[in-house]
Write a protein that binds this ligand. Sequence first.
Ligand code: C2E
Ligand code: CA
Ligand code: CA
Length: 454
Amino acid sequence: MTRPDDGSADYLSRNDLHVMAFTDPLTGLGNANKMRDRVREIAAERAADPAPFTIGLANLDGFKPLNDLFGPGAGDEILCQVANRLLACVPDGATVIRVGGDEFAFVLPLVFERKAAEKIGQMLREVLSAPFDLGQRTVRLSASFGFAIYPFAGADYEELLKSADTALYRSKRRGRGQITVFSHEIAAEMKRATQLEQALRNAIINGAVDVHFQPIVDLATDMPVGFEALARWCDADLGYVSPAVFVPLAEERGFIHSLTETLLRKAAEAALLWPKELFLSFNLSSAQLMDPSTSRDVLAIVNRVGLDPRRLELEITETAVMTDADMAQKIVAELRAAGMRISLDDFGTGQSSLGRLRDFTFDKLKIDRSFVSRIATDRASEHIIKAIVTMCDGLNLEVVAEGIEDFAEALKLKGLGCGMGQGYFYGKPADLQATMRYLEKRFGSLDQSQSQAG
Ligand code: C2E
Ligand code: CA
Ligand code: CA
């Protein structure tokens, strides 16, 4: 191909094509091609003496729901405003790119190390946190950032971009407005998380996640009145993994549904073997309190197993209720209408607890272990528990003290009028076999006439 030497339209249009191939049509920023070229260009310039430079990725948090709510016109407007703000504040020599969707990128030739990258991230985050003007209304957004420094995070474009992507992915997983600069420790951490996720998926499919039971006792008689089901998973390679780790992981990765289904089924089947006056208490995760199908799913499982829904209590936390209060309220109402009871878990650790008690109908409240474990030594904790017990009395709520570890704590709680207790002092979580032995010791041999079948 020869270039016409008279500056004809043919040449101009080819130039236009070239510009188009490197430009994002919406914002006028460079596109992914531009980014690749710019990175290769800087890397080539520095080939002899590979001085570091940095690339960054920014992804808007919660852009999709905004786009759905206000329409694509408003979405485009926000993206253009984001582009303008980024252009206005990046340091000299930097290139700003729209990679696609709500993802932007930067090539920062003069950023050499982590601290400087973090500083730029903080500045950009700040700039994007100001409200966006949409004419009739303003909206707020946050953004997550991932940075990667050449050549440590990757000696070629593909590898460097992959590292920035890993860093961004980590930021996204940690919530909104996070900034991560890639390092090999972070790569290892992400690899472990991926391994854990894979192993958990397999464990759920193979039914390897088990459920244990911890007694909840009547403090006046020390006799069990029910059991809390607690998920247990021991992986051949990873060893024991706490539910405080894998339950949130299952939520985040979107397979809490299948996890809960297995656990609730196993727990409900176990409860059929217990004396029928004993209840089963089951933890619902926060994701489930935002999912309109939860009450139907839970009810379907107990019906299939044949457990009387009135024997089932569902434990929910304030944090879970707070995320989407209207949806949570609806789910709670449906579950209660089906005869199940609702327990407010970890009471005292969340926010605006008292307001929740007014707006929601709970049946039971569980005082968090952090108060119980200090009751013998700390006057304040004792007063707080006393106040909670009195309040529950007035609100007609049952009370369980969690995490009772010794006799002194049990005695104090009884003295304060607390009705029920749970903790290592009364029994650690145990598998079904051990739970049946525990029950037989207290109730004598459990024949089918005593327990509820079908
Ligand atoms: P949680 O609901 O507050 O459960 C009570 C936790 O305290 C359990 O930890 C239990 O083993 C522990 N515990 C009980 N008594 C004592 C005590 O006397 N001293 C001490 N130090 N600890 C005591 P675990 O089993 O590790 O569970 C941790 C959390 O994981 C649970 O906190 C719950 O939030 C979540 N979880 C467990 N199983 C499930 C499940 O099936 N579904 C959901 N959504 N969450 C679950
Ligand atoms: Ca619980
Ligand atoms: Ca708890």
